[in-house]
Design a protein around this ligand. Structure first.
Ligand code: PEP
Ligand code: MG
Length: 846
């Protein structure tokens, strides 16, 4: 490209041009989003200022990329993101090619003027490095008239030169499983992992690209659940980087997407205020009921100087402010270790190191600004860019940036940071609770949360669901005028806040709360009792665990043993395999906690393929779920398996020890491991071998159950994988989640075959897949002949209670009938009917 090439942008609206510096918004006025023009409009249709492709199109904002890669953001009005699209009609879609002058968004100027701060509309170049000079017109302009002349930068050389020239670029695709897409927390985990590699790593979604080391850039990519991301890496450690990041993304970047509750459907909150009967409506962010008293929460004002005391001093200030904020977050993270709040603090720590934010802040300091102004503005500008995109989800994530911007500014201003002091039974009401405010709540005192802003995917909502606190968002601003101490009734299920409820309403709510609590209490009270059916058949209910802490929790909730110890927890997220002594100590501690009367089923290392270990180099695989995973990997790395076998043998005698092999597909695999086990036991002088069993999760193992049963001591059915392989549906595929149902009649037939094979040789059968934790499935599994249910720890009391409601004779008849059905839907329907009649019968029985 030759130097001094120009690009002329047309006025997107008719109206009066206003200098950017004069608009009442520090972010736009400070050109933090980009340079360009602002128009006070007299027309109501935003038109394309150049030919180009639409990158993002939402109600109030739209970005286009045109000639020479110049990217232009148009933002109608100030603070119009709050309107959530009301009053705007978008005429084009992301990815659409548009001609110069083509209508893009129609808007109702009167409605917007009444509900937003201003109609001033900005047209800004967001990739300013492409432009050397801006020559705007002034005064009144007509839509379509030339309004801004850009002198473009000559970038050809820079674009061609690449530090990695000659180095191959590696790439691989992965599906994002997270229910809420790559929002701040998973994005932070991803950026953090990417920073551990020297390679240049980028993420690609369609046409979009982001630096994988920048949290802000990842969030701006708007990655939603089910999106396919391509990871590209160039540089010396590209191969490791690619493997690690693909694995991390496939696993949900640290979020348990399989179990995380999906956010309620996002959408524009339907807000109606009925002041006559004191009822305010919002959107359900977290279900549940609460009766408490209003506590209004407001953010303190921040006042800092814009101008700095010199570049060197302000750089030093910025370092100090970032350091102090980091320390605060580290302390809060430690205080909430293990809880969902800790992840928010961790994400905020990542933001403090975000290269894009630091670069923006340093550029402002170099232009004479103070550290507080620079960092705060950088965060606000990035937040604004996110909020301007069409995703409600990203508008929520902008809150994280604002929050971190304020935290550093508060540190630089020496403002005290402390937890909110709250009275008992508080229902917190706020315009918007910041992520850190939400995460530092004293959950012993807060019964409910209510916000004007936010949405079902906000931190408030995510945390409230994780902490089991009811929450509403999207309430009318009137709620902010409620006086502290006012009694309110929050119905998170119906999306209602009732102010000063009547005695009858309070009574109704309390009755519902009592019924829910009573059922849970009864289940917990009886949790230590055995799970025996009404006709006296005892079923063992044990736990699936991945740590000693979980074993202790399981025991306190009535777990009768460990039916699945996922030993991979010892191997993941480290640079070298745990040695024998470390593993032995862990297995011994778990076995000792269980004692000699309880089962401990240790599953050998189940990684590989989709879950690679950095210290076990493996070739990339086309189909990792069909590749080198589970026992196949261990047999390829016999030293890894032998070390584990010796460590497990070290726990012999402390509990009823069982060894279980994952992903077994052939008898040879079983025989090879048995040989190794016997050799290692002989070498260690251990005479009593653990019981040796296999997981039935490959259909071949179920089909050959009788042959396997002759050589194993037990089976445990892994319905998660068995369903995936039986139905040929990726277990983590978000769009197949509903169909990949373990109650599919095909899967049920494999369970039946497994039990039949085991019975032929007098062996016992457990079931440790997710199906065992579904109370609805209990009568069917008992009827099919499963002897042990190994379930997630919190599900133990409910599963034991479900067993106690059954009659084994009825269960067998039910299973026989269900095996004749043809679809998962029919199976579920039949189980629901059975559960209803069992509940009615147990009421009669009582
Ligand atoms: C299963 O596949 O059902 C199982 C319990 O194992 P995991 O979920 O660990 O693969
Ligand atoms: Mg499995």
């Amino acid at each position: 490209m030759s130097a001094n090439q120009t690009l002329v942008l047309l006025a997107p609206l008719s109206g009066l041009l206003v200098p950017l510096e004069a608009i009442p918004d520090p972010v736009f006025a400070g050109k933090l989003v980009g340079d360009g023009i602002s128009i006070d409009p007299t027309s109501q249709t935003l038109c394309a200022p150049m030919a180009g492709k639409v990158l993002q199109a939402s109600g109030h904002a739209l970005s286009l990329v045109g000639e020479a890669g110049v990217e232009v953001l148009m933002h109608i009005g100030l603070d119009t993101v709050q309107l959530q699209g009301a009053g705007f009609r978008c005429l084009v879609q992301s990815g659409e090619q548009v001609a110069a002058g083509q209508p893009l968004i129609e808007f109702d100027a009167d409605a917007i003027a009444q509900n937003a701060r201003s109609l001033l509309t900005q047209m800004l170049v967001v990739n300013g490095e492409k432009v050397n000079a801006y020559a705007p017109e002034s005064g009144l302009v007509e839509c379509g008239q030339p309004v801004l002349r850009l002198t473009l930068a000559a970038t050809e050389d820079a674009e061609q030169a690449s530090p990695e020239e000659g180095t191959p670029q590696l790439f691989g695709a992965v599906v994002v499983p997270n229910h809420s897409g790559l929002h701040a927390r998973p994005a932070a985990t991803l950026a953090h992992a990417a920073k551990g590699f020297a390679a240049r790593i980028t993420l690609h979604k369609g046409e979009g690209e982001a630096n994988a080391k920048s949290l802000v850039a990842i969030m701006a990519l708007e990655v939603a659940c089910g999106d396919v991301l391509e990871v590209r890496a160039v540089g010396a450690d590209a191969e490791q980087a690619l493997a690690r990041l693909r694995q991390l993304i496939a696993e949900g970047c640290g979020e348990d997407s399989a179990t995380a509750e999906p956010a309620p459907a996002a959408g524009k909150p339907e807000i109606t205020v009925d002041t006559n009967d004191g009822e305010l409506r919002g959107v359900c962010a977290s279900p549940g009921l609460a009766l408490g008293r209003v506590v209004q929460i407001a953010e303190p004002d921040l006042q800092f100087d814009e101008q700095g005391q010199g570049e060197a001093a302000e750089r030093q200030n910025l370092r100090q402010g970032l350091g102090a904020a980091w320390e605060q977050l580290a302390a809060m993270r430690l205080a909430q270790a293990g809880g969902p709040q800790a992840e928010i603090f961790q994400a905020h720590q990542e933001l403090l190191e975000d290269p894009d934010l630091l670069e923006q802040a340093e550029a402002l300091i170099a232009r004479g600004k103070s550290a507080a102004f620079a960092w705060h503005s950088a965060c606000v500008a990035s937040a604004e860019r996110l909020a301007a995109l069409h995703s409600a989800l990203l508008a929520e994530r902008a809150q994280d940036l604002r929050d971190v911007g304020r935290r550093v500014a508060r540190c630089l201003l020496g403002m005290a940071e402390g937890p909110l002091q709250l009275p008992e039974q508080s229902i917190l009401i706020a315009e918007q609770l910041s992520p850190s405010q939400t995460a530092s709540l004293d959950t012993g005192k807060v019964l409910g949360l209510v916000t004007v802003g936010g949405g079902p995917t906000s931190h408030v909502a995510i945390l409230a669901r994780a902490l089991n606190i009811p929450a509403l968002c999207g309430l009318p601003a009137d709620v902010l005028t409620l006086v502290n101490g006012t009694p309110v009734l929050l119905d998170g299920n119906a999306g209602l806040l009732r102010v000063a409820p009547s005695a009858a309403e309070v009574e109704g709510l309390q009755a519902r709360q009592r019924a829910d609590k009573q059922r849970q209490r009864q289940e917990r009270d009886a949790a230590l009792q055995p799970a025996t059916t009404r006709d006296g058949c005892r079923i063992e209910v044990s736990a699936n665990v991945a740590s000693l802490e979980e074993v202790q929790q399981a025991l306190s909730l009535g777990g009768e043993g460990v039916g699945l110890l996922r030993s991979e927890f010892l191997y993941l997220q480290r640079d070298a395999a745990p040695d024998e002594a470390e593993q032995r100590a862990t297995y011994r501690a778990i076995a000792a906690a269980l004692g000699p009367e309880r089962n401990l089923v240790v599953r050998t290392l189940d990684v590989g393929g989709d879950k690679p270990l950095s210290y076990v180099p493996m070739a990339a695989e086309e189909n990792p779920f069909l590749g080198m995973r589970g026992i196949r990997l261990c047999l390829q790395r016999p030293e890894l398996l032998r070390t584990q076998l010796r460590a497990v043998l070290g726990a012999a005698g402390l509990s009823r020890l069982h060894l279980m092999l994952p992903m077994v597909a052939s008898l040879e695999e079983l025989r090879e491991v048995r040989g190794m086990l016997e050799q290692e036991a002989a070498a260690l002088g251990v005479s009593q071998l653990p019981q040796l069993g296999i997981m039935v999760e490959v259909p071949a193992a179920a089909l050959l159950a009788e042959q396997f049963a002759a050589e194993v001591d037990f089976f445990s059915i892994g319905t998660n994988d068995l369903t995936q392989y039986c139905l040929a549906m990726d277990r983590g595929h978000p769009r197949l989640a509903a169909q990949a149902d373990a109650l599919h009649p095909g899967v049920l037939r494999l369970i039946e075959l497994t039990v039949r094979g085991a019975r032929a040789h007098g062996k016992w059968v457990g079931l440790c897949g997710g199906l065992a934790s579904e109370p609805l499935a209990v009568p069917l599994l008992l009827g099919l002949g499963v002897d042990e249910l190994s379930v997630s720890v919190p599900a133990i009391p409910a599963i034991k209670a479900a067993v106690r409601r059954q009659h084994m004779g009825d269960c067998r008849a039910l299973a026989e009938e269900i095996l004749t059905l043809g679809t998962s839907a029919q199976v579920r329907q039949r189980l629901l009917a059975a559960s209803q009649s069992v509940i009615e019968r147990s009421v009669e029985y009582v």
